[in-house]
Design a protein around this ligand. Sequence first.
Ligand SMILES: [Zn+2]
Length: 283
Amino acid sequence: MLARRLVAFALACALVFGTLFVPTDTIAASPPALSLPIPLGETWKVIQGYNCGTHTSYDDNAFDLVNTNGRTRGAPVRAAADGTYWWWGAAGGTVILSHGNGYYTMYSHLESHVPFRKGQAVAAGTVIGTVGSAGTSYSNPHLHFEMFYGEGVSARNRRGVPLAFVEGYNFPDNERCNEYMGVRLTAGAAPRDVQPPTTPTLLDPGQGRNQIVRWQAATDAETGVQGYQVYVGTDAQGTGDWFVAEPQVALPTLPAGHYFVRVRAIDNAGNASPWATLVEVNV
Ligand SMILES: [Zn+2]
């Protein structure tokens, strides 16, 4: 959304000024990597998601969170990334941290906060306050959390930034009302396996009838490799779902032709490496 708006703004400038003017202070570096701002090991639930309700304007990519493991009121709130303290607003129980390059995280409805000076450094994971219901028009305590982007020292022209967390969660903004309502987030859980295993490389092409092709076993640092999908056919880019657990395959008897033996590795979380053509066979 942010990128789209920047492009739209640049195009609008191009129309007005007749040249492609890209405002330098809105060319954002990557947003900071965020950790969940909730207590380690606990699972919290989104009770209001993106867009709609009270999450419009620059808080359109905010989550309202409650604890599913225990009490919400009084639970510690943790800084989502390294940064500096930037703002405290008593009315809404709001702490805002600055993370540089125009990125800020905001924590609202806190019933208490750690006293700070503006500009004081804060490390990711530091407890910055406790959850309450300050500033809410209804009574149930919850943590309102968001990241926004703003320009200049007063963070003008704020806009929401879609959330992602190093625990392995990614929440792009698809412009849907109350998007991600009901999602559960666990802090400090083992990261989910999102990386593919390594791509197989040829070890031994084999030969003769019922040729056995062997490849270097793939590796996967997270959940390990469960096996390989194999394609044997005439298409240089062919794919298939013939599955073998070991890093080798005995070729079937083939009619005359030119064949490609292609393999990809699958890890235990279902991530796949790219397909690799290991050998070409003339029959
Ligand atoms: Zn909220």
